[in-house]
Design a protein around this ligand. Sequence first.
Ligand code: NIG
Ligand code: FE
Length: 399
Amino acid sequence: MALLIDNASEILTMKTGLHVLRNASLFVENGTIKHIGSVKYTKKRHTTINARGCVVCPGFVDSHTHLVYGGSREDEFALRVTGVKYEKIAQSGGGIASTVKMTREASETELYDTGMQRLNRIAQHGTTTVEIKSGYGLNTREEIKMLRVIHKLERNSHLDVVPTFLVHTIPQHMNRNNYIDLVTKEMLPEVTRQKLAVFCDIFCDKIAFTRKESKTVLLKAKELGLALKIHADQFANIGAAHLAAELKCISAEHLECTTKGAIKRMKKAGVIPTLLPGATFFLQMKKKPNIRAYQETKTHVALASDYNPGSCMIYSMPKIVSLACISYGMHVEDALLAATKYGAKALNLYDRLGSIEEGKQADIVVFNVDHYKKIPYHFGEDVVKYTIKKGRVIYGEDS
Ligand code: NIG
Ligand code: FE
């Protein structure tokens, strides 16, 4: 069935910059954007969304999440607000390790059911494409279990789901060299043999893997045909962003401690810096990404939620856009571009997603506000009226 989104106050195309079309309409057929502007040929059978007073924008592309996990970590949260640091909790056996335990204890069905509930919730906040990482298994069987769950979610959810194999941390009581061996000799070959991941990611930081270890793993992943991502310089600058540039990773994420020099190098190498203001805020980190350096070097960044049970329980992309503006000082226009167009680029999907252009997939959000600046401004309110995936309303009055 065709769909007419009629007379929107603003359509943000995100084609070149934000690019606002005022009082414009959008015609969708067979899941694809057919026409943008004043729509004349409406003789074809279609449903209509009256978008008067609304902003229309591409669906959010959340390019970094850990949405599949078992259990929860509210005790750690309560400890952190008394002043205990995330890194400290991780080093004393909590943090990622506690989610590993709870994820291993969960059955595939449990992980699938909670994962599907979370996907339905993020769709209500305008996300139409989401990347999901493994990384709470830490042995071959459990990592494969997580990736199988992610694949089943991909098959059955309305959303596009992109699976990433994440080398997250060294399992307790295991020698780090032995773990790197296990990852490169057993896990990666098995993950790629079963075609369970598009990307390989590694947590390169002072509390996880060194730059050398990260390079070994990422080179093996590349050899096996995976595209590369990296958790870089979140808690300390150990040169992870430089490694991202050297290996031409598709994206480098977090980047709280990354220098202007590394930002320039990433730009030259075509790496998409991906900022995660939800985690910076949730952990109350003093160090924040050098936004001024991105602006001065005209480097486009992506924004993602980093939704996970430890460092960020925020899955709403409008909230992430607000936080990028409030806590990082990003311009509203840059933040909205970062959550759509550059999110799609960070997943290698910009050829079909991330902007409103004729011929692209009709993944669209209709907001209950009449000006785009009101999207981050209404921080305390849910401003999504409809979420549309491949031309179908998946959230909103008609769904
Ligand atoms: O992206 N930085 C590493 N990993 C996650 C945290 C995962 C967790 O605490 O469970 C992150 O913030
Ligand atoms: Fe993460």
